[in-house]
Write a protein that binds this ligand. Structure first.
Ligand SMILES: [Zn+2]
Ligand SMILES: [Zn+2]
Length: 140
């Protein structure tokens, strides 16, 4: 068991994993998130500050939800998010779909390369044998 101070209200609580936040703050935050989502649905053109004031949520928290891809803005939103890689306009998260795909592809090809390297290595480790000479030996 581990006790920590809640990062939001400062109360001591029984910490398990994830965010350093007590249960009541987590619940509170989840309610706020639902409020923000509902507010955005009704006011798709609201800016960060407007949402923050209307829902009593810090802009920092709003940005956090965006990074977690929980909060998505619409095309008409004044909130300008840009891909960290290419600078394209995005609606949530950190990267545009194209860059996200490239990052995943890059990861996949690295894995494939490693697998190939392992196979090559295994081949080299095996003693070299000529199957034809083996056959000849059996026949005689
Ligand atoms: Zn708390
Ligand atoms: Zn991009």
């Amino acid at each position: 068991m581990e006790f920590k101070n809640c990062s939001r209200c400062g109360r001591m609580f029984n910490y398990f994993s994830g965010d350093v936040m007590c249960d009541s703050c987590k619940k509170d935050l989840e309610e706020k998130f639902q409020n923000v989502k509902a507010y955005l649905e009704e006011n798709p053109r609201a800016g960060l500050r407007e949402i923050s004031e209307a829902c009593e949520v810090s802009t920092k928290q709003l940005k956090q939800w965006v990074l977690e891809e929980r909060l998505t803005f619409t095309e008409g939103s004044p909130i300008q998010l840009t891909c960290e890689n290419c600078g394209a306009r995005i609606l949530t998260g950190r990267f545009c779909a194209k860059c996200k795909g490239e990052v995943t592809n890059a990861l996949n090809s690295t894995v494939k390369q490693r697998q190939q390297q392992m196979l090559d290595l295994q081949k080299q480790m095996q003693p070299k044998r000529d199957p034809k000479s083996g056959m000849r030996f059996l026949q005689t």
